[in-house]
Each structure stands twice: as C-alpha cells, then as structure tokens.
Design a protein around this ligand. Structure first.
Ligand code: GTP
Ligand code: MG
Length: 718
C-alpha cells in the first residue's frame, strides 16, 4: 500500500435523504478508483459499505462506514452515512472527520426532509458542500424541479456545473458547463467520451457558463478584476474561483450522476480529486491549550478518535483522523482523556469490513486501530510529551426513551454488557440504570432507532429482552409548613429503645432564609437556629436540616441519626415512592432516656415524624418538564400546536426560518411518550424536533390523583 502525503488526501462525507443513493455512489467511487473489481448493489446485498446483517435485512445503511479509494495518485476517504434521522450519530461523527460533504439528491423527489436535516448538520459545523443529483436514469425524473428546490432551500449559492442532456431512461449524456463539453457514457458506464456540445444545447450551456463565471469571480477579488478586464475567465481561473467558493460555503456546485449505472461518477471524482477542499484548506482544530494544530506531517503525532465500533472476531475498532504528525505502527501514545498509555500495534485503513494493514499514516489521513485498551470516540492519542485534547463531537440530546428488561433474569448481566457495547458503537444511545424507577432506561433518537437496537439484542447478542413503557421520574415536595412529633419506644426483654423527636417542615426555595418562629394551627413555635446543613440532593433540589434544639433535650450525637431517618423517607416519598426535594426541616425538641436512647431509636423517630409531617404539609407531585423545539413545515403548524396542547404543552413562541416554522414549547415528559412517531405521522415525516430537560413542576390535581392511584395499584401487585 502506497503512503499518501497530506496534500494527496481528500476526506469526503456522503450526505442525503435515505434512499438517495449514497451507498450506491460510494460503490461506484470504489469501482472507478479500482478499489473493487465488481460493483455490488443494494438489492444484491453485496455493497462494500452496507456489510452488516441489519443493513442487508433492511436494505439501507444503519451505521456510518469508512471507505477509501485511490485515484490519480490521491487517496479519497469516503464516509458513507445512514440517511434516516434516527441514526444521525453516524452523520455527526462523519462530518466531524470530513473536510468536504457531498449531498446526494434523489432527482425523483428533489430536496427531501433528510436532505434538509443533513444540510443543517453540515451548516452547523461549517463544512463545505457539493450537491450531486442522482438517479437521472430513472423513468420519473425532474432535474429542473430539483434545482429549483435546491435553490429555494439552500439559497442562491447553488450553481450548476453540469446538467443532464437526456435525463430519464437511457440517460448517458451530461453537459459540462465548466469544461463546455458534453460527456457521453457507454452503456456500462465508467469513463466518458468527451465531445462537443450539440447545437441544441449551445445557447443554454453558454448562458449557464456565464452564470458560473460570475459566481466564480465573486469568490475572489483578483478573479473579479480579471473578469472585469477580460470579460471572461479561463477554465483554470473558474476552477480556482469555484474551489474558493466551496471552501467558504459561498458556493454549492451541482453535479449530475446515475450512481446505479456509473454515469457521471468519473467526472465527479475528477473534480473532487483536483478541486474539492482538503484538510489544509479548512481551519485547523484548536487543542486544549488554545493552539491551532495544523495538519503538519512534521509536527507531533496527535490523532482524534471519531468513531468506535465492534466487529465480529476482532472486537473494538477505533477510527481516527490524524490531526498532526504521522502515526507509525508500534508507536507508543498517551490517551489524554484518561492518561493511559496505548500502543498502536496494528494500523489499518478500511473499506467497510475489509482492512489493509499499513505502516504509517500522515496528517489529514483516516485510519483504524485495534487492540486499544481504554480508548473510544472523542478521545485523543498523543505522542508522549503532549496532553492535547480537542473539541469533542457533540451528539444530539436523546429524545425517545424506553424501559428494557431481559426476559430471563439470568441474562441481566449479559444485557448490561451488550448495552454498553451498543452505546460504544452509537453514542446517541444512552443507557441509564435508574435506581429510583427500578428500570433500565434506554434513551435514543426515535422509536425506529430503539427497535433496531432491539434487533441487535435479538439477532447479534442473542439476549431476548422486552421493551416496556418507561416510568416517569416524579418528585415529591410540600406546599406548606407542618409540625409532627414521634416517640419511638420499645421495651422487650434486654435493652430498650427510646427516642422522641419534634419537628417542623416547610417548603424550601432557593435563597430563602430560616424563620425564627412558625405558626402551626394557631400555635406559635419558637425556633432558635443553632446549626444547619444544606444537602444538595443527588436527584436535584435540596434538603435543609436545621438544628434548633435548646437545653440539650436531644444530644448532638443523635442529630445525624435523625437526619438519616429523614433521608430514608426523602428517598422513598410518601405519595408515590419518588424522591422528595426542596424541604427544610427544623428539629426543635425531643426527649431522651438515660439508658435506652440510641441511634436506631432516633433514626426511626426522625423517619416517622418526617413522614407524618410530610402528609400534613400539602404534599405535591412534581413532574419533569422538557423544553421542546420543533421545526415544522408551515402547512402543518396548526396540527402540531393543537397536538402539543392536548399533551398539556405550553407553547412559548413561534418563529420562521426559511420554509420552516419553529415552535418552542414546554411539555411534561409523561406526555412525550412516542412523540417522534406521532409527529412523523402528523407531518408526513417532514418535521424534526429536539428536547432537553428544563425543570420540575407541580402536576395538576387530576394527574396527581391518577399517579397516586397507579402507584397504589402497583404496590398491591408487588
Ligand atoms: N434508478 C436508480 N436507482 C438508484 C440509483 N442510485 C441508487 N439507486 C437505488 O436506490 C435505492 C437506495 O440506494 P442506496 O444507495 O441504498 O441509498 P442510500 O442513500 O445509501 O440510503 P440510506 O442508506 O438509507 O441512507 C437502491 O435500491 C438503489 O439501487 C440510481 O442512480 N438510479
Ligand atoms: Mg446507504
């Protein structure tokens, strides 16, 4: 295997709606670069990119795949991603590693929801974008309409480099507006014959050529001057302008292909090899010392892991991009995220599941490592002496949750291990072992996402498991002050138990102060604060424990035991067994017995007094509320808003952005179950949303009654 220098490498990420033809295009690119001898197909289940069993079963990509091909003395790393938004993790990590994105548009449908979503992902990370209109051989094509949609959605920087001369069945000719030639393909596709533009296309081509020149000149001042003085630009000058326009996202050039018939792919590749941005054209990543790290092969070795996966017979594979220096086999490095030492004993480049061993890789290149011990996505490996880290890939917040349980208890441990592996491969799947809900909760991007996770458990890990409705992490709190006292007394045989505690509890609000008197049922109780402890509860909120004991009625040594008793009830709230929060407890009196008082007695007295006081203090259930942001096409806005209202949602605001309306709302988590599926059916799959925990708030009375009733029934069952 040849070693490629930094300036000989291109890193591409394929984007586009599901079914637009990314995987088919990747296959054609590999074939044109002689990386494979035969082109596989989706239907034949034999593409290099879609090699996993689930991808064969479903006929689409589920994970991102790293591929490469070699052409004109350059190495093109290709990252093929799934188009379905449930699998956006692979898109986000691939875009992170790529220096240029190639958006595939299915000419039958033009710009689809997935194209829109991917466009935004690329925009968020400022990656250059090239547009590729695919499927021009199909019987139902409409190139003009697709171009119109691209301009409408992506703006006026969409510029044609090519257009089809004969779209539809039999498509084999492309008018190249840059070269001002026609590309004619043989029936088996492959390399084009370059011929003159036929007379009937001359005017249109000339007009588009001028538009292209103007756009190219716009991206560079010196080109603009040349254009003004000569009234035109040469092919090389236009190319220079286009290259510059692409890098700054000031231009989204459009190419034409049929990936299936390998038409147009050679000219697209030729453009990529010569004009598409490479790692040296983009801003260098900044390390944790605030320094730009240039892709300098002579610099210190530093690599960033953008993807981890698990392969049969091999185990963990870590895919990396060399940010600086060069990596060689057997290099010792330090993982700066956990300060452990790793050895790069085997270095690979990958095309799907096929790996080729290499001895070194230069800055800008993408490769894979096996047999690392403590390294995974978002980690950085440095040559000894540096502890650089880089900005991490930011995966989206989960927006769909389900509970999971192994069908057989004996599989519990195996299930835990499998879920950890699933998370390693797809960081957008998050596993939570909830002690309070007594459930394992799996968070993901949508119902389909988690169904595919279940497919892996069934078919790959062979752990039969059930997905159940997840419980809601309610909280309990109080709304008014209450007093209670409790005497714990036990005399049976040997040593007795005695402890008596008087307490007042009241709602705690951030920043509020202790009171010196509390009036309960017409009785004034004086509280002289001697000591207090503010406890930040692990589950959010606070418990403030105030010692107001005067005259030594309870020994200081029993105070922690009383607190322990209170905490036991805070962990299992009296209404629904949920965690309690935001309560201040004043312990102001009590009694001891010279012989029988001990810690257990005071713990129990504290626990029971707290429980009684809690029930008299206007207890309320709090529920988690989420900030939800929904992007919806204007024509569906009304439906989406009324649906939100039926979910007890509070719409906070609306704004418009291009063809979308953005709705911001606060919605209780309890009402968001299966929202992704509901929203999709309301909008024909044309909306997107995100959600993030906002706060806890009191549930309405009828909901509180229903929740308490459900808890009581559940307790009875157990
Ligand atoms: N007629 C025609 N069909 C195509 C073309 N390219 C792809 N297809 C077909 O379109 C379907 C989807 O192609 P894929 O390559 O799997 O699309 P994808 O973008 O990778 O889809 P996801 O992996 O789901 O995101 C397959 O049946 C392909 O055979 C093309 O140029 N012409
Ligand atoms: Mg695919």
């Amino acid at each position: 295997m040849k070693t490629y220098q930094t300036d000989q490498i291109k890193n591409l990420c394929l984007l586009g709606n599901s079914g637009s033809g990314k995987t088919t295009l990747a296959e054609a690119m590999l074939f044109n670069g002689s990386a494979i001898e035969r082109r596989g197909t989706i239907e034949g289940k034999n593409t290099v990119s879609d090699y996993r069993p689930i991808e064969h079963e479903n006929g689409n990509s589920v994970f991102s795949t790293v591929l490469y091909t070699e052409l004109q003395n350059k190495k093109i790393n290709i990252l093929d991603v799934p188009g379905l938004d449930d699998f956006c993790g692979g898109v986000i990590s691939s875009l992170h590693a790529a220096d240029c994105a190639l958006m595939v548009i299915n000419v039958q449908n033009g710009v689809e929801v997935g194209s829109d979503i991917h466009f935004r992902h690329a925009e968020n990370v400022h990656k250059p974008l090239i547009l590729v209109v695919n499927g021009l051989d199909h019987e139902k094509t409409n190139f003009e309409k697709s171009v119109e949609m691209m301009k409408e959605r992506f703006g006026n920087d969409v510029v044609l480099i090519q257009y089809p001369a004969n779209e539809g069945v039999g498509f084999n000719s492309i008018i190249d507006i840059l070269k001002m030639k026609m590309l004619q393909y043989p029936s088996e596709g492959g390399a084009a014959k370059i011929v003159d533009i036929p007379a009937e296309h001359k005017d249109k081509a000339a007009e588009l050529h001028n538009a292209l020149i103007e756009k190219a000149a716009e991206s560079d001042e010196s080109l603009m001057e040349l254009f003004f003085s000569n009234d035109t630009l040469t092919e090389d000058e236009i190319k220079k302008g286009i290259a510059k326009g692409i890098v700054t996202r000031g231009m989204f050039p459009v190419f034409c292909i049929s990936a299936k018939n390998n038409v147009g792919v050679d000219s697209l590749l030729d453009f990529i090899v010569n004009e598409a941005p490479s790692v040296t054209d983009l801003p260098a990543p900044v390390n944790s010392k605030g320094k730009e790290v240039k892709p300098d092969p002579a610099g210190p070795a530093s690599v960033f892991i953008f993807k981890s996966s698990i392969e049969e017979h091999i185990g963990e594979i870590n895919y990396f991009k060399v940010y600086s220096g060069k990596v060689t086999e057997n290099l010792d490095v330090i993982n700066s995220n956990n300060s452990t030492r790793e050895r790069l004993s085997q270095l690979y480049i990958c095309a799907g599941k096929n790996r080729t061993r290499v001895s070194e890789l230069y800055a800008g290149d993408i490769g894979a490592l096996v047999k690392l011990k403590n390294t995974r996505t978002n980690h950085t490996l440095n040559a000894p002496g540096n502890d650089w880290k880089y900005e991490e890939i930011r995966f989206p917040e989960p927006k769909y949750r389900t509970a999971i349980k192994a069908q057989s208890e004996s599989d519990d441990e195996k299930l835990g291990e499998a879920l950890n592996k699933i998370h390693l491969e797809d960081p957008t799947i998050i596993i939570e072992y909830s002690k309070e809900l007594k459930q394992i909760i799996v968070h993901g991007q949508g119902e389909y996402h988690l169904n595919i996770m279940k497919w892996h458990l069934d078919n790959i890990y062979r752990i039969p498991a059930n997905l159940n409705t997840p419980k809601i992490p309610y909280r309990e709190t109080i709304t008014k002050a209450a007093q209670a006292d409790y005497r714990h007394k036990k005399q049976s045989g040997g040593a007795g138990q005695f402890g008596e505690v008087y307490m007042i509890i009241e709602p705690y609000e951030e920043g509020s102060r202790e009171v010196s008197m509390q009036k309960i049922a017409g009785r004034e109780i004086k509280l002289s604060v001697r000591d207090k402890e503010e406890i930040d509860l692990q589950w959010g909120g606070k418990l403030v424990y105030v010692n107001c004991i005067v005259g030594g009625s309870i020994d200081a040594r029993f105070m922690p035991a009383i607190l322990r008793g209170i905490m036991e009830k805070m962990e299992v709230g009296p209404l629904t067994g949920s965690y309690a929060r935001d309560i201040r407890v004043y312990v102001y009196d009590g009694k001891m017995h010279p012989v029988d008082s001990n810690e257990i007695s005071f713990r129990l007295a504290g626990r029971n007094a707290f429980s009684i006081a809690f029930k008299n203090a206007g207890p309320k259930i709090l529920e988690p509320i989420y900030d939800v942001e929904i992007m919806v096409p204007s024509d569906r806005m009304g439906d989406v808003i009324s649906d939100l209202q039926s979910r007890r949602g509070l719409v906070l605001g609306m704004s418009s952005e291009k063809r979308f309306e953005i709705i911001k709302a606060k919605v209780p988590l309890a009402e968001m179950n299966k929202y992704s599926t509901a929203l999709s059916s309301l909008t024909g799959g044309r909306a997107m949303y995100s959600m993030k925990f906002a706060e806890y708030s009191q549930v309405p009375g009828d909901v509180q009654d229903a929740v308490i009733k459900a808890y009581a029934e559940e307790e009875e069952e157990e």
